[in-house]
Design a binder for this molecule. Structure first.
Ligand SMILES: NC(=O)C1=CN([C@@H]2O[C@H](COP(=O)(O)OP(=O)(O)OC[C@H]3O[C@@H](n4cnc5c(N)ncnc54)[C@H](O)[C@@H]3O)[C@@H](O)[C@H]2O)C=CC1
Ligand SMILES: O=C(O)CCC(=O)C(=O)O
Length: 582
C-alpha cells in the first residue's frame, strides 16, 4: 500500500466538520485532546504500512462534537483522517504496545510522548490534531570483525501543515518509536513558536555512537539515508534532517552526499539536510557565537527587572550561578557564553558523574573542554570535587539550572529537591509534566525547550561551520535554495553606498575633517553571512520571547503553556486559511 493510498483510505470529512472544529477554536473546552496517527513499518527489503491509531484520545468540546483530525498536504494528497472518537484499531496492538513499552520516564512519570501530549493539552483551548507517520527502518551492518548486526532506526513526521518537515537525527542506544514521535511533535510546536515555516519531524538510530568506528558510522548513516530516499522520507521539499544528540556536521555531510548520489538531478539537493560543514553548504558562524540561542533567552529573562525581582534576584547574568547538565554540543557552548558574560558555572553533570567548583571563581569552561578531550571524561578536573552520582548535581543550589542532555531528567521524584530558581531547558523535554507542577508550586520558573533550543547556534572546533537549532537550520536551507551565500549580492553594493556617503559628508564640511581609517572601515563594512545569521537569529529570538512573555502575562499561564498556545494558534490558522483540497 502506498502512502497516498493510506491517506485516501481515510474518510474525507465534510467541510461543516471543519467549521465545527473552527468553532471549537474559539474557546470550546477540550479536555482530552488526542492524536490519531499512522505508522509506516518498513524493513530494508519490504515495506509494510500499518495504519493504526497510535494514541487514540477522546476529544470533547462543549457540544460533545467529535472532531476531525486533519491530515493536510500529505505528499500532495490532502485528506481528513480519523475523526471518530474510537476508531477500529485494526493492527494497532503490536505497534501500540511497542510504543507504550518504550521511552518510559522514571518513577511513574508519563513517558516522553505522553509528556508532550500533556503539555499540548495544558495549552489547548481548542482542538487540532495532526497525524504522525513513522518509518521504522531495519538494516544489516557488516561489522569490522565480520559479524552482521541489525540496526534499528526511525524517522517520524508529525505534522505536514507546512512542508518540508524538519528535525534532527539522534544516535543513541535508547532511541525508540515513542521518543522519536515525541521529539517529532515537539519540532512541530517549536517551529511554529519561532515562526519557522516547517512541519515537525525527528529521526533516530538506535546505536551508541561511541561503540562504532567512523567508517561504520558512515555506512550506517549512508544506509539510513538511502532507506529514507527509497521511502520519500527525505528531500528539500519533503523532509530535511539536521543534527541532534549524538550526531553532527560529519553525519550531515554523509547524508547530503548520499542523497545527491541517489537524486543527481535534484538541483536543490544540498538543501536535503542542514547542519552541514561550511564547505558542504553549511552556514557560516563564528567561534564566539556558540551556544548563543540558549544564552540569548536566559539573558533576556535575567535582564527583565520585573521578572527577576519576583525571584528575589537582581537583573543581569553577571555574578549569577549556573549548573549545566550534559557537557556536549549544546551544554558546553551555552556554558561558554554564560561564563563569558560574567556568569559563574558552579557545577557540571555528565552521564558518569559530575564536578563541583571548589575555587569559588566558577569553572573554566575552555579548560574543562580540553580536559574532556584528552581524558574522555570531565571527572577529576583540577579545582573541583567529583560526585559519582550525576543526579545529585541537579539538586545543588544555584540561580539557573540548565539541563542540556536528554529528556525526563527532572521528574516527580527529584523535582522537590531542585533548588534552582530558574530552569532553562536547553535539551528537549528535560522536565516531565508532573515535575513541572511540583516546580511551579515551589515558585521555580521554567524557560521551555520550545523557545530556548530553537535558537541554538554553535560551532565545533576546526573546519566545521555552525550547526544549530532550527532557526539557523532555516537560514541554511534558504541559503541552499538560493544557491548563494547571504551577502554575496549586497555586500559590495552596501559598502560602496556607505563609502560614497562618507566621502560626500567629508567634502561637504570642506575643512579637511576626515574619519579615522579605523572608523571608516567599521562604518563602511558590508554585511557578511555571519552578520545576516546573527541578526536573523536575534530578531527571531527577541520576537518569540516577547510573544511568549506577553501571552503568559495575558493568559496567566506559564511560559511553556504560552509557547504551546502560540504554536497551536499558528498551526490552526494555517489549517483554517489553507482550507481542504480536494
Ligand atoms: N544538537 C543540536 O543542534 C540540538 C540539540 N538539541 C537538544 O539538546 C540536547 C543535547 O544535544 P547535544 O548537545 O547535541 O548532544 P551531545 O551528544 O553533543 O551532548 C549531550 C551530552 O550529555 C551527556 N549526557 C548523557 N546523559 C547524561 C546524563 N544522564 N547526565 C548528564 N549528562 C548526560 C552526554 O555524555 C553528552 O556529553 C538534546 O536534548 C537535543 O535533542 C536541541 C536543539 C538542537
Ligand atoms: O535544526 C533542525 O532542523 C532541528 C534541530 C532539532 O532537532 C531540535 O531542535 O530538536
Amino acid at each position: 500500500m502506498s502512502r497516498s493510498d493510506m491517506c485516501l483510505q481515510n474518510p474525507v470529512r465534510a467541510v461543516d466538520e471543519a467549521e465545527r472544529c473552527d468553532a471549537s477554536l474559539e474557546g470550546a473546552a477540550v479536555r482530552n485532546l488526542l492524536w490519531s496517527s499512522e505508522a509506516a513499518t518498513i524493513s530494508s527489503t519490504t515495506m509494510r504500512i500499518n495504519q493504526f491509531n497510535c494514541l487514540s484520545k477522546l476529544i470533547q468540546n462543549v457540544d460533545q462534537l467529535h472532531h476531525p483530525t486533519i491530515c493536510r498536504r500529505q505528499f500532495g494528497t490532502a485528506a481528513t483522517v480519523g475523526g471518530t472518537v474510537r476508531q477500529a484499531l485494526g493492527q494497532i496492538v503490536e505497534t501500540k504496545d511497542s510504543v507504550e513499552n518504550h521511552g518510559a520516564a522514571p518513577h511513574g512519570d508519563p513517558n516522553f510522548l505522553e509528556s508532550v501530549d500533556i503539555y499540548f493539552d495544558r495549552a489547548a483551548a481548542y482542538a487540532q490534531s495532526t497525524p504522525d507517520i513513522l518509518a521504522q527502518i531495519k538494516f544489516p551492518l557488516k561489522c569490522g570483525n565480520g559479524t552482521v548486526e541489525l540496526i534499528e532506526a526511525y524517522r517520524a513526521q508529525h505534522s505536514h501543515h507546512r512542508l518540508p518537515v524538519k528535525g534532527g537525527i539522534r544516535m543513541a542506544p535508547n532511541v525508540d518509536a515513542n521518543e522519536t514521535m515525541a521529539l517529532a511533535a515537539l519540532m512541530t510546536f517549536k517551529c511554529a513558536v519561532v515562526d519557522v515555516p516547517f512541519g515537525g519531524a525527528k529521526g533516530g538510530i538506535k546505536i551508541d555512537p561511541n561503540k562504532y568506528t567512523s567508517t561504520e558510522k558512515e555506512t550506517i548513516i549512508r544506509r539510513y539515508t538511502s532507506e529514507l530516499v527509497k521511502k520519500n522520507f527525505i528531500g528539500p521539499a519533503l523532509d530535511v534532517p539536521a543534527p541532534d544528540y549524538g550526531t553532527g556536521p560529519q553525519e550531515m555531510a554523509w547524508i547530503k552526499d548520499t542523497f545527491e548520489h541517489l537524486r543527481p538531478t535534484d538541483i536543490n539537493g544540498s538543501a536535503c539536510v542542514t547542519g552541514k560543514p561550511l564547505e558542504e553548504g553549511g552556514i557560516d558562524g563564528r567561534q564566539e557565537a556558540t551556544g548563543l540561542g540558549v544564552f540569548f533567552c536566559v539573558r533576556e529573562f535575567l535582564n527583565d527587572k520585573e521578572l527577576v525581582s519576583k525571584l528575589n534576584m537582581n537583573p543581569g547574568v553577571k555574578g549569577k550561578t549556573f549548573i549545566v547538565q550534559g557537557f556536549g554540543n549544546v551544554g558546553r557552548h551555552t556554558a561558554d557564553k554564560l561564563a563569558a558574560a560574567g556568569g559563574k558555572i558552579i557545577a557540571v553533570a555528565e552521564y558518569d558523574g559530575g564536578i563541583v567548583d571548589e575555587t569559588g571563581e566558577g569553572l573554566d569552561i575552555t579548560a574543562i573542554k580540553a580536559y574532556q578531550a584528552t581524558k574522555k571524561s570531565i571527572l577529576g578536573f583540577p579545582g573541583t570535587t567529583t560526585r559519582r552520582d550525576s543526579g545529585e548535581i541537579l539538586e545543588l543550589e544555584c540561580d539557573v539550572l540548565i539541563p542540556a542532555a536528554l529528556e525526563s531528567q527532572i521528574h516527580s521524584r527529584n523535582a522537590h529537591r531542585i533548588k534552582a530558581k530558574v530552569i532553562a531547558e536547553a535539551a528537549n523535554g528535560p522536565v516531565t509534566p508532573r515535575a513541572e507542577v511540583i516546580l511551579e508550586k515551589r515558585g521555580i520558573v521554567i524557560l521551555p525547550d520550545l523557545l530556548l533550543n530553537a535558537h541554538i547556534i554553535k560551532r565545533e572546533m576546526g573546519r566545521f561551520s555552525s550547526q544549530g537549532g532550527v532557526t539557523v537550520s532555516y537560514f541554511e536551507w534558504l541559503k541552499n535554495l538560493n544557491h548563494m551565500h547571504f551577502g554575496r549580492m549586497s555586500r559590495r553594493m552596501e559598502e560602496s553606498g556607505k563609502k560614497a556617503l562618507i566621502d560626500a559628508l567629508e567634502n561637504q564640511f570642506g575643512n579637511g575633517t576626515k574619519l579615522s581609517e579605523d572608523l571608516r572601515r567599521q562604518i563602511v563594512k558590508g554585511n557578511t553571512e555571519v552578520d545576516f545569521v546573527y541578526s536573523g537569529l536575534e530578531e527571531t529570538m527577541l520576537v518569540s520571547w516577547d510573544n511568549v512573555r506577553r501571552t503568559a502575562q495575558i493568559k496567566g499561564c506559564n511560559y511553556r503553556t504560552a509557547a504551546y498556545l502560540i504554536a497551536i494558534e499558528r498551526i490552526a490558522t494555517c489549517y483554517k486559511v489553507s482550507g481542504i483540497f480536494p
